[in-house]
Design a protein around this ligand. Sequence first.
Ligand code: FAD
Length: 495
Amino acid sequence: MSGEHRLRRIVVAGGGTAGWMAAAAIARTLGKVVDLTLIESDAIGTIGVGESTIPPLVTYNRLLGINEAEFMRATNATFKLGILFDHWKDVGHRYFHSFGLTGKDHWSAGFQHFWLYGLEKGHHESYDDYCLELIAAREGKFAHLPDDRMNYAYQLDSTLYAKFLRGMAEGDGCKRVEGKIADVELDGEKGDIAALLLEDGTRIEGDLFLDCTGFRALLIGQTLGVGHDDWTHWLPCDSAIAVQTESVGPAVPYTRAIAHDAGWQWRIPLQHRVGNGYVWCSRYREQDAAMERLLANVEGEVLTKANILRFGAGMRQKQWHRNCVAVGLSGGFMEPLESTSIHLIQRAVLRIIRMLPLREISERDVNEFNDQQITDMVQIRDFLILHYKATERDDSDFWRYCRDMPIPDTLEQKMELFRETGLVFRKNDELFVENSWVQVMMGQGITPRSYHPIAEKLSDEELAKLLATIRETVARTVASLPDHEAYVSRYCATS
Ligand code: FAD
Protein backbone atom coordinates (compact mmCIF):
# COMPACT_ATOMS: atom_id res chain seq x y z
CA MET A 1 0.00 0.00 0.00
CA SER A 2 1.32 3.43 -0.90
CA GLY A 3 2.06 5.76 1.97
CA GLU A 4 1.81 8.76 -0.32
CA HIS A 5 -1.45 10.12 1.05
CA ARG A 6 -0.82 8.95 4.54
CA LEU A 7 -1.87 11.22 7.32
CA ARG A 8 1.42 12.04 9.00
CA ARG A 9 1.14 15.34 10.83
CA ILE A 10 -1.30 15.63 13.74
CA VAL A 11 -1.70 19.02 15.38
CA VAL A 12 -3.43 19.37 18.74
CA ALA A 13 -4.72 22.90 19.32
CA GLY A 14 -5.03 23.48 23.08
CA GLY A 15 -3.41 21.97 26.14
CA GLY A 16 -6.12 21.50 28.73
CA THR A 17 -7.18 18.06 29.95
CA ALA A 18 -8.48 17.32 26.44
CA GLY A 19 -5.31 18.37 24.62
CA TRP A 20 -2.93 16.49 26.85
CA MET A 21 -5.11 13.36 27.10
CA ALA A 22 -5.12 13.27 23.30
CA ALA A 23 -1.41 14.01 22.94
CA ALA A 24 -0.33 11.46 25.56
CA ALA A 25 -2.37 8.65 24.04
CA ILE A 26 -1.41 9.40 20.44
CA ALA A 27 2.26 9.83 21.30
CA ARG A 28 2.32 6.55 23.21
CA THR A 29 0.51 4.50 20.59
CA LEU A 30 1.51 6.16 17.31
CA GLY A 31 4.46 8.33 18.28
CA LYS A 32 6.76 6.47 15.92
CA VAL A 33 4.52 6.80 12.87
CA VAL A 34 3.05 10.29 13.16
CA ASP A 35 4.52 13.70 13.76
CA LEU A 36 2.65 15.20 16.74
CA THR A 37 2.59 18.85 17.81
CA LEU A 38 0.56 20.50 20.58
CA ILE A 39 0.04 24.24 20.79
CA GLU A 40 -1.10 25.88 23.99
CA SER A 41 -1.20 29.35 25.38
CA ASP A 42 -0.21 29.95 29.00
CA ALA A 43 -1.70 33.43 28.64
CA ILE A 44 -5.16 31.95 27.94
CA GLY A 45 -4.91 29.13 30.46
CA THR A 46 -7.30 26.22 30.97
CA ILE A 47 -10.76 25.94 32.48
CA GLY A 48 -9.27 24.67 35.73
CA VAL A 49 -12.14 22.47 36.94
CA GLY A 50 -13.04 18.81 36.46
CA GLU A 51 -12.19 16.53 39.32
CA SER A 52 -14.58 13.64 39.38
CA THR A 53 -14.25 10.76 36.92
CA ILE A 54 -15.80 7.40 36.08
CA PRO A 55 -14.30 3.88 35.88
CA PRO A 56 -13.22 3.78 32.20
CA LEU A 57 -10.42 6.21 33.12
CA VAL A 58 -8.76 3.34 34.99
CA THR A 59 -8.62 1.40 31.72
CA TYR A 60 -7.38 4.46 29.83
CA ASN A 61 -4.48 4.89 32.23
CA ARG A 62 -3.67 1.20 31.99
CA LEU A 63 -3.65 1.38 28.18
CA LEU A 64 -1.11 4.17 28.46
CA GLY A 65 0.98 2.05 30.83
CA ILE A 66 0.61 4.52 33.70
CA ASN A 67 1.67 3.37 37.16
CA GLU A 68 -1.42 3.97 39.28
CA ALA A 69 0.29 4.95 42.53
CA GLU A 70 2.58 7.36 40.72
CA PHE A 71 -0.40 8.90 38.94
CA MET A 72 -2.33 9.22 42.21
CA ARG A 73 0.59 10.92 43.92
CA ALA A 74 0.99 13.31 41.01
CA THR A 75 -2.70 14.29 40.88
CA ASN A 76 -3.53 14.07 44.62
CA ALA A 77 -6.16 11.54 43.66
CA THR A 78 -8.50 9.52 45.83
CA PHE A 79 -10.61 6.54 44.78
CA LYS A 80 -14.25 7.01 43.83
CA LEU A 81 -16.96 4.37 44.13
CA GLY A 82 -19.95 6.46 43.11
CA ILE A 83 -21.97 9.60 43.76
CA LEU A 84 -24.20 10.36 46.73
CA PHE A 85 -27.24 12.39 45.64
CA ASP A 86 -28.88 14.49 48.35
CA HIS A 87 -32.31 16.16 48.00
CA TRP A 88 -32.85 15.19 44.34
CA LYS A 89 -36.00 13.11 44.65
CA ASP A 90 -37.18 15.32 47.47
CA VAL A 91 -35.72 17.50 50.21
CA GLY A 92 -34.21 15.25 52.90
CA HIS A 93 -34.01 12.18 50.65
CA ARG A 94 -30.70 10.69 49.48
CA TYR A 95 -29.50 7.84 47.32
CA PHE A 96 -26.27 6.48 45.87
CA HIS A 97 -25.43 5.87 42.26
CA SER A 98 -22.48 3.53 42.63
CA PHE A 99 -20.19 1.91 40.11
CA GLY A 100 -20.95 -1.60 41.24
CA LEU A 101 -23.20 -4.32 39.99
CA THR A 102 -26.19 -4.74 42.29
CA GLY A 103 -26.99 -8.37 43.04
CA LYS A 104 -26.10 -10.85 40.35
CA ASP A 105 -26.22 -10.90 36.59
CA HIS A 106 -28.87 -13.17 35.14
CA TRP A 107 -29.22 -13.69 31.39
CA SER A 108 -32.97 -13.25 31.42
CA ALA A 109 -33.68 -10.44 33.81
CA GLY A 110 -31.80 -7.90 35.89
CA PHE A 111 -31.47 -8.31 39.63
CA GLN A 112 -34.14 -5.65 40.25
CA HIS A 113 -36.79 -8.17 39.19
CA PHE A 114 -35.73 -10.64 41.88
CA TRP A 115 -35.50 -7.85 44.44
CA LEU A 116 -38.99 -6.57 43.54
CA TYR A 117 -40.39 -10.08 43.84
CA GLY A 118 -38.58 -10.34 47.17
CA LEU A 119 -40.35 -7.20 48.42
CA GLU A 120 -43.66 -8.86 47.70
CA LYS A 121 -42.49 -11.89 49.69
CA GLY A 122 -41.55 -9.79 52.71
CA HIS A 123 -37.83 -9.24 52.11
CA HIS A 124 -37.64 -5.55 52.89
CA GLU A 125 -33.88 -5.05 52.88
CA SER A 126 -32.76 -2.09 50.78
CA TYR A 127 -31.71 -2.53 47.15
CA ASP A 128 -28.45 -0.85 48.24
CA ASP A 129 -27.51 -3.80 50.47
CA TYR A 130 -26.79 -5.93 47.41
CA CYS A 131 -24.04 -3.74 45.98
CA LEU A 132 -20.45 -4.04 47.21
CA GLU A 133 -19.21 -0.67 45.89
CA LEU A 134 -22.22 1.15 47.30
CA ILE A 135 -21.87 -0.22 50.83
CA ALA A 136 -18.09 0.24 50.77
CA ALA A 137 -18.59 3.88 49.73
CA ARG A 138 -21.17 4.47 52.46
CA GLU A 139 -18.76 3.10 55.06
CA GLY A 140 -15.76 5.00 53.69
CA LYS A 141 -13.82 1.83 52.82
CA PHE A 142 -11.73 0.81 49.85
CA ALA A 143 -9.19 -1.72 48.60
CA HIS A 144 -8.22 -3.20 45.28
CA LEU A 145 -9.79 -6.65 45.12
CA PRO A 146 -8.68 -9.66 43.04
CA ASP A 147 -10.11 -9.89 39.49
CA ASP A 148 -11.04 -6.20 39.57
CA ARG A 149 -14.04 -7.03 41.75
CA MET A 150 -14.12 -3.46 43.03
CA ASN A 151 -15.14 -1.15 40.20
CA TYR A 152 -13.76 2.31 40.84
CA ALA A 153 -12.69 5.64 39.37
CA TYR A 154 -10.69 8.60 40.69
CA GLN A 155 -11.27 12.00 42.20
CA LEU A 156 -8.31 14.05 41.01
CA ASP A 157 -6.88 17.46 40.23
CA SER A 158 -7.35 17.60 36.46
CA THR A 159 -4.81 20.42 36.04
CA LEU A 160 -2.21 18.15 37.62
CA TYR A 161 -3.43 15.26 35.48
CA ALA A 162 -2.84 17.36 32.34
CA LYS A 163 0.65 18.21 33.63
CA PHE A 164 1.37 14.54 34.31
CA LEU A 165 0.23 13.59 30.81
CA ARG A 166 2.28 16.41 29.32
CA GLY A 167 5.43 14.86 30.79
CA MET A 168 4.51 11.53 29.22
CA ALA A 169 3.60 12.99 25.85
CA GLU A 170 6.79 15.02 25.58
CA GLY A 171 8.78 11.98 26.65
CA ASP A 172 7.13 10.05 23.80
CA GLY A 173 8.07 12.66 21.21
CA CYS A 174 5.19 15.17 21.19
CA LYS A 175 6.43 18.66 20.33
CA ARG A 176 4.95 21.42 22.49
CA VAL A 177 4.65 24.91 21.12
CA GLU A 178 3.78 27.76 23.45
CA GLY A 179 1.86 30.58 21.78
CA LYS A 180 -1.50 32.01 20.91
CA ILE A 181 -3.18 30.85 17.73
CA ALA A 182 -4.08 34.10 15.95
CA ASP A 183 -5.43 32.71 12.70
CA VAL A 184 -6.41 29.50 10.98
CA GLU A 185 -5.37 29.06 7.34
CA LEU A 186 -7.70 27.10 5.10
CA ASP A 187 -6.79 25.16 2.00
CA GLY A 188 -8.58 27.16 -0.72
CA GLU A 189 -9.60 24.17 -2.83
CA LYS A 190 -10.86 21.66 -0.27
CA GLY A 191 -11.73 23.92 2.62
CA ASP A 192 -9.64 21.80 4.99
CA ILE A 193 -7.45 23.39 7.62
CA ALA A 194 -3.96 23.84 6.18
CA ALA A 195 -2.10 25.49 9.05
CA LEU A 196 -2.39 27.36 12.35
CA LEU A 197 -0.76 30.77 12.53
CA LEU A 198 0.56 31.93 15.87
CA GLU A 199 0.80 35.51 17.08
CA ASP A 200 4.58 35.47 16.76
CA GLY A 201 4.31 34.53 13.08
CA THR A 202 5.01 30.80 13.45
CA ARG A 203 3.04 28.68 10.96
CA ILE A 204 2.22 25.09 11.88
CA GLU A 205 0.98 22.83 9.12
CA GLY A 206 -0.89 19.59 9.65
CA ASP A 207 -2.93 16.81 8.04
CA LEU A 208 -5.32 16.30 10.97
CA PHE A 209 -6.17 18.95 13.58
CA LEU A 210 -7.69 18.22 16.98
CA ASP A 211 -9.64 21.16 18.33
CA CYS A 212 -8.96 21.11 22.07
CA THR A 213 -9.43 24.86 22.54
CA GLY A 214 -12.24 24.44 25.06
CA PHE A 215 -15.46 26.47 24.92
CA ARG A 216 -13.84 28.76 22.28
CA ALA A 217 -13.99 25.96 19.69
CA LEU A 218 -11.57 27.99 17.61
CA LEU A 219 -11.23 25.49 14.77
CA ILE A 220 -14.44 23.46 14.56
CA GLY A 221 -16.80 26.30 15.51
CA GLN A 222 -15.24 29.69 14.81
CA THR A 223 -13.32 28.65 11.66
CA LEU A 224 -15.25 25.77 10.10
CA GLY A 225 -18.64 27.03 11.27
CA VAL A 226 -20.01 23.71 12.55
CA GLY A 227 -23.26 24.48 14.37
CA HIS A 228 -24.24 23.67 17.93
CA ASP A 229 -27.37 21.87 19.17
CA ASP A 230 -28.83 23.62 22.18
CA TRP A 231 -30.01 21.35 25.02
CA THR A 232 -30.58 24.04 27.63
CA HIS A 233 -34.35 23.44 27.66
CA TRP A 234 -33.58 19.97 29.07
CA LEU A 235 -30.49 20.80 31.09
CA PRO A 236 -31.13 24.40 32.16
CA CYS A 237 -28.18 24.95 34.51
CA ASP A 238 -25.83 27.41 32.82
CA SER A 239 -23.47 28.73 35.50
CA ALA A 240 -21.03 27.44 38.06
CA ILE A 241 -18.79 28.71 40.82
CA ALA A 242 -15.86 26.57 41.96
CA VAL A 243 -13.78 26.96 45.12
CA GLN A 244 -11.33 24.70 46.89
CA THR A 245 -11.44 24.21 50.65
CA GLU A 246 -9.24 22.56 53.22
CA SER A 247 -10.18 19.01 54.22
CA VAL A 248 -11.92 18.79 57.57
CA GLY A 249 -12.51 15.05 57.78
CA PRO A 250 -11.29 11.86 56.13
CA ALA A 251 -11.50 11.82 52.33
CA VAL A 252 -14.48 9.67 51.41
CA PRO A 253 -14.46 7.43 48.32
CA TYR A 254 -17.39 9.19 46.68
CA THR A 255 -18.45 12.50 45.20
CA ARG A 256 -21.44 14.36 46.58
CA ALA A 257 -24.13 16.06 44.47
CA ILE A 258 -26.30 18.08 46.84
CA ALA A 259 -29.40 19.61 45.24
CA HIS A 260 -30.42 23.16 46.17
CA ASP A 261 -33.43 25.15 45.08
CA ALA A 262 -31.97 26.38 41.76
CA GLY A 263 -29.24 23.83 41.04
CA TRP A 264 -26.83 21.64 42.94
CA GLN A 265 -23.49 21.59 44.67
CA TRP A 266 -20.56 19.22 44.21
CA ARG A 267 -18.11 18.17 46.91
CA ILE A 268 -15.10 16.15 45.76
CA PRO A 269 -12.50 15.06 48.31
CA LEU A 270 -8.91 14.83 47.07
CA GLN A 271 -5.94 13.81 49.22
CA HIS A 272 -5.00 17.32 50.31
CA ARG A 273 -8.16 19.40 49.84
CA VAL A 274 -11.79 19.35 48.75
CA GLY A 275 -13.16 20.63 45.44
CA ASN A 276 -16.50 22.40 45.75
CA GLY A 277 -18.78 23.99 43.25
CA TYR A 278 -22.30 25.22 42.79
CA VAL A 279 -23.99 24.64 39.43
CA TRP A 280 -27.11 26.71 38.96
CA CYS A 281 -29.59 28.10 36.48
CA SER A 282 -29.24 31.86 36.09
CA ARG A 283 -32.95 32.18 35.24
CA TYR A 284 -33.77 31.28 38.82
CA ARG A 285 -30.81 32.56 40.85
CA GLU A 286 -28.57 35.66 40.78
CA GLN A 287 -24.82 35.15 40.95
CA ASP A 288 -24.42 36.83 44.37
CA ALA A 289 -27.08 34.60 45.88
CA ALA A 290 -25.45 31.54 44.29
CA MET A 291 -22.09 32.51 45.78
CA GLU A 292 -23.68 33.00 49.19
CA ARG A 293 -25.37 29.60 48.94
CA LEU A 294 -22.13 27.86 48.06
CA LEU A 295 -20.04 29.54 50.75
CA ALA A 296 -22.67 28.77 53.37
CA ASN A 297 -22.47 25.09 52.45
CA VAL A 298 -18.77 24.33 52.25
CA GLU A 299 -16.87 22.72 55.08
CA GLY A 300 -13.45 24.04 56.02
CA GLU A 301 -11.57 27.20 55.13
CA VAL A 302 -11.81 28.42 51.53
CA LEU A 303 -8.35 28.22 49.93
CA THR A 304 -8.91 29.76 46.49
CA LYS A 305 -10.57 32.65 44.72
CA ALA A 306 -13.96 31.72 43.28
CA ASN A 307 -13.78 30.54 39.65
CA ILE A 308 -16.99 31.62 37.90
CA LEU A 309 -17.97 29.77 34.72
CA ARG A 310 -20.78 30.21 32.19
CA PHE A 311 -21.86 27.48 29.80
CA GLY A 312 -24.80 26.07 27.91
CA ALA A 313 -25.63 22.40 27.59
CA GLY A 314 -25.34 21.23 24.03
CA MET A 315 -23.33 19.49 21.39
CA ARG A 316 -21.43 20.43 18.24
CA GLN A 317 -23.51 19.01 15.35
CA LYS A 318 -20.46 17.30 13.88
CA GLN A 319 -17.63 16.17 16.09
CA TRP A 320 -15.38 15.52 13.09
CA HIS A 321 -15.62 17.89 10.12
CA ARG A 322 -13.19 17.94 7.19
CA ASN A 323 -9.74 17.38 8.77
CA CYS A 324 -10.71 18.64 12.22
CA VAL A 325 -11.95 16.66 15.24
CA ALA A 326 -13.44 18.32 18.32
CA VAL A 327 -12.13 16.84 21.55
CA GLY A 328 -13.28 18.10 24.95
CA LEU A 329 -15.36 21.20 25.54
CA SER A 330 -15.09 22.32 21.91
CA GLY A 331 -17.31 19.33 21.04
CA GLY A 332 -19.99 20.17 23.57
CA PHE A 333 -20.71 20.23 27.26
CA MET A 334 -23.19 18.75 29.65
CA GLU A 335 -22.97 19.74 33.24
CA PRO A 336 -20.70 17.68 35.51
CA LEU A 337 -23.50 15.82 37.34
CA GLU A 338 -22.31 12.32 36.38
CA SER A 339 -18.67 13.25 35.69
CA THR A 340 -18.88 12.45 31.98
CA SER A 341 -16.77 15.16 30.28
CA ILE A 342 -13.33 13.64 30.82
CA HIS A 343 -14.85 10.34 29.75
CA LEU A 344 -16.07 11.84 26.47
CA ILE A 345 -12.55 13.10 25.84
CA GLN A 346 -11.26 9.58 26.42
CA ARG A 347 -13.82 8.07 24.03
CA ALA A 348 -13.01 10.60 21.31
CA VAL A 349 -9.27 10.05 21.66
CA LEU A 350 -9.50 6.26 21.56
CA ARG A 351 -11.82 6.49 18.56
CA ILE A 352 -9.41 8.75 16.71
CA ILE A 353 -6.59 6.27 17.32
CA ARG A 354 -8.74 3.32 16.32
CA MET A 355 -10.10 4.97 13.19
CA LEU A 356 -7.03 6.82 11.97
CA PRO A 357 -6.97 6.14 8.22
CA LEU A 358 -3.90 4.97 6.34
CA ARG A 359 -5.09 7.00 3.36
CA GLU A 360 -6.60 10.46 2.98
CA ILE A 361 -9.57 11.15 5.23
CA SER A 362 -12.86 10.17 3.56
CA GLU A 363 -16.52 10.85 4.33
CA ARG A 364 -16.79 7.25 5.57
CA ASP A 365 -14.32 7.89 8.41
CA VAL A 366 -16.02 11.13 9.32
CA ASN A 367 -19.54 9.71 9.29
CA GLU A 368 -18.62 6.68 11.36
CA PHE A 369 -16.85 8.79 13.97
CA ASN A 370 -19.69 11.28 14.20
CA ASP A 371 -22.29 8.56 14.48
CA GLN A 372 -20.47 6.84 17.36
CA GLN A 373 -19.46 9.96 19.28
CA ILE A 374 -22.86 11.65 18.93
CA THR A 375 -24.67 8.47 20.04
CA ASP A 376 -22.56 8.54 23.21
CA MET A 377 -23.41 12.17 23.87
CA VAL A 378 -27.14 11.75 23.32
CA GLN A 379 -27.27 8.73 25.63
CA ILE A 380 -25.40 10.61 28.35
CA ARG A 381 -27.69 13.61 27.84
CA ASP A 382 -30.76 11.44 28.49
CA PHE A 383 -29.22 9.97 31.63
CA LEU A 384 -28.53 13.45 33.01
CA ILE A 385 -32.01 14.74 32.21
CA LEU A 386 -33.45 11.79 34.15
CA HIS A 387 -32.04 13.23 37.41
CA TYR A 388 -33.99 16.46 36.93
CA LYS A 389 -37.17 15.11 35.38
CA ALA A 390 -37.77 12.35 37.92
CA THR A 391 -38.09 14.65 40.89
CA GLU A 392 -40.92 15.02 43.34
CA ARG A 393 -39.67 18.43 44.51
CA ASP A 394 -42.25 21.18 44.46
CA ASP A 395 -40.43 23.76 46.56
CA SER A 396 -39.06 26.09 43.86
CA ASP A 397 -39.76 27.34 40.33
CA PHE A 398 -36.58 25.61 39.15
CA TRP A 399 -37.67 22.16 40.31
CA ARG A 400 -41.24 22.67 39.10
CA TYR A 401 -39.82 23.54 35.66
CA CYS A 402 -37.67 20.38 35.65
CA ARG A 403 -40.49 18.16 36.82
CA ASP A 404 -42.92 19.48 34.18
CA MET A 405 -40.56 19.91 31.19
CA PRO A 406 -41.09 17.77 28.09
CA ILE A 407 -38.22 15.30 27.62
CA PRO A 408 -36.68 13.52 24.61
CA ASP A 409 -38.75 10.57 23.33
CA THR A 410 -35.80 8.26 23.89
CA LEU A 411 -35.79 9.04 27.60
CA GLU A 412 -39.58 8.96 27.89
CA GLN A 413 -39.56 5.45 26.42
CA LYS A 414 -36.88 4.29 28.86
CA MET A 415 -38.57 5.74 31.95
CA GLU A 416 -42.05 4.51 31.08
CA LEU A 417 -40.91 0.99 30.14
CA PHE A 418 -39.12 0.78 33.48
CA ARG A 419 -42.10 2.16 35.39
CA GLU A 420 -44.41 -0.42 33.80
CA THR A 421 -42.15 -3.49 33.74
CA GLY A 422 -38.84 -2.94 35.58
CA LEU A 423 -37.05 -3.50 32.28
CA VAL A 424 -34.21 -1.35 31.02
CA PHE A 425 -31.97 -2.11 28.05
CA ARG A 426 -28.45 -1.07 27.12
CA LYS A 427 -28.07 -0.24 23.44
CA ASN A 428 -25.10 0.67 21.23
CA ASP A 429 -22.43 0.08 23.84
CA GLU A 430 -24.05 2.71 26.08
CA LEU A 431 -21.82 4.10 28.81
CA PHE A 432 -24.37 3.79 31.60
CA VAL A 433 -25.27 0.16 32.05
CA GLU A 434 -28.62 -1.25 33.17
CA ASN A 435 -27.60 -1.13 36.82
CA SER A 436 -26.84 2.60 36.66
CA TRP A 437 -30.24 3.35 35.19
CA VAL A 438 -31.95 1.18 37.80
CA GLN A 439 -30.10 2.78 40.73
CA VAL A 440 -30.89 6.29 39.55
CA MET A 441 -34.50 5.61 38.51
CA MET A 442 -35.29 3.88 41.81
CA GLY A 443 -33.24 6.48 43.70
CA GLN A 444 -35.33 9.22 42.12
CA GLY A 445 -38.51 7.45 43.17
CA ILE A 446 -39.57 5.50 40.07
CA THR A 447 -40.71 2.11 41.35
CA PRO A 448 -41.68 -0.44 38.69
CA ARG A 449 -45.29 -1.60 38.78
CA SER A 450 -44.30 -5.17 37.90
CA TYR A 451 -41.31 -7.44 37.48
CA HIS A 452 -40.21 -10.19 35.11
CA PRO A 453 -42.14 -13.45 35.71
CA ILE A 454 -38.93 -15.49 35.73
CA ALA A 455 -38.37 -14.31 39.32
CA GLU A 456 -41.36 -16.44 40.37
CA LYS A 457 -39.56 -19.55 39.20
CA LEU A 458 -37.69 -19.45 42.50
CA SER A 459 -39.29 -21.15 45.46
CA ASP A 460 -39.64 -19.05 48.63
CA GLU A 461 -36.60 -20.82 50.10
CA GLU A 462 -34.51 -20.33 46.96
CA LEU A 463 -35.39 -16.64 46.84
CA ALA A 464 -34.59 -16.10 50.52
CA LYS A 465 -31.28 -17.93 50.10
CA LEU A 466 -30.31 -15.98 46.97
CA LEU A 467 -31.00 -12.62 48.62
CA ALA A 468 -29.37 -13.50 51.94
CA THR A 469 -26.25 -14.91 50.28
CA ILE A 470 -25.64 -11.78 48.23
CA ARG A 471 -26.28 -9.47 51.20
CA GLU A 472 -24.00 -11.47 53.47
CA THR A 473 -21.19 -11.62 50.90
CA VAL A 474 -21.37 -7.84 50.46
CA ALA A 475 -21.40 -7.20 54.21
CA ARG A 476 -18.56 -9.65 54.89
CA THR A 477 -16.38 -8.21 52.11
CA VAL A 478 -16.96 -4.62 53.23
CA ALA A 479 -16.15 -5.54 56.83
CA SER A 480 -12.77 -6.85 55.67
CA LEU A 481 -11.84 -3.64 53.81
CA PRO A 482 -9.56 -0.93 55.22
CA ASP A 483 -10.58 2.72 55.57
CA HIS A 484 -10.28 4.51 52.26
CA GLU A 485 -8.07 7.37 53.42
CA ALA A 486 -5.59 5.09 55.18
CA TYR A 487 -5.49 2.84 52.12
CA VAL A 488 -4.77 5.78 49.80
CA SER A 489 -1.88 7.01 51.99
CA ARG A 490 -0.37 3.55 52.18
CA TYR A 491 -0.85 2.83 48.49
CA CYS A 492 0.65 6.12 47.37
CA ALA A 493 3.58 5.84 49.76
CA THR A 494 4.64 2.32 49.03
CA SER A 495 3.83 1.35 45.47
P1 FAD B 1 -9.76 23.91 28.47
O1 FAD B 1 -9.34 23.40 29.79
O2 FAD B 1 -10.49 25.22 28.42
O3 FAD B 1 -8.46 24.00 27.58
C1 FAD B 1 -8.41 24.76 26.39
C2 FAD B 1 -6.96 24.89 25.93
O4 FAD B 1 -6.95 25.56 24.69
C3 FAD B 1 -6.06 25.68 26.87
O5 FAD B 1 -4.78 25.07 26.92
C4 FAD B 1 -5.96 27.03 26.19
O6 FAD B 1 -4.76 27.70 26.50
C5 FAD B 1 -5.99 26.59 24.74
N1 FAD B 1 -6.40 27.65 23.80
C6 FAD B 1 -7.61 28.20 23.64
N2 FAD B 1 -7.57 29.16 22.70
C7 FAD B 1 -6.29 29.17 22.25
C8 FAD B 1 -5.59 29.95 21.28
N3 FAD B 1 -6.19 30.92 20.58
N4 FAD B 1 -4.27 29.71 21.11
C9 FAD B 1 -3.62 28.75 21.81
N5 FAD B 1 -4.23 27.99 22.74
C10 FAD B 1 -5.54 28.22 22.96
N6 FAD B 1 -15.40 16.94 33.75
C11 FAD B 1 -15.33 15.77 34.40
O7 FAD B 1 -15.09 14.74 33.78
N7 FAD B 1 -15.56 15.72 35.74
C12 FAD B 1 -15.93 16.81 36.46
O8 FAD B 1 -16.12 16.72 37.69
C13 FAD B 1 -16.07 18.05 35.78
N8 FAD B 1 -16.47 19.17 36.42
C14 FAD B 1 -16.69 20.31 35.70
C15 FAD B 1 -17.28 21.42 36.31
C16 FAD B 1 -17.59 22.55 35.57
C17 FAD B 1 -18.27 23.71 36.21
C18 FAD B 1 -17.25 22.62 34.19
C19 FAD B 1 -17.54 23.85 33.37
C20 FAD B 1 -16.63 21.54 33.59
C21 FAD B 1 -16.38 20.37 34.32
N9 FAD B 1 -15.84 19.25 33.70
C22 FAD B 1 -15.76 18.07 34.39
C23 FAD B 1 -15.37 19.32 32.32
C24 FAD B 1 -13.86 19.42 32.30
O9 FAD B 1 -13.42 20.52 33.03
C25 FAD B 1 -13.40 19.55 30.85
O10 FAD B 1 -14.03 18.59 30.06
C26 FAD B 1 -11.93 19.32 30.76
O11 FAD B 1 -11.24 20.14 31.63
C27 FAD B 1 -11.45 19.55 29.35
O12 FAD B 1 -11.39 20.89 29.02
P2 FAD B 1 -10.71 21.27 27.64
O13 FAD B 1 -9.33 20.75 27.64
O14 FAD B 1 -11.63 20.88 26.55
O15 FAD B 1 -10.71 22.88 27.68
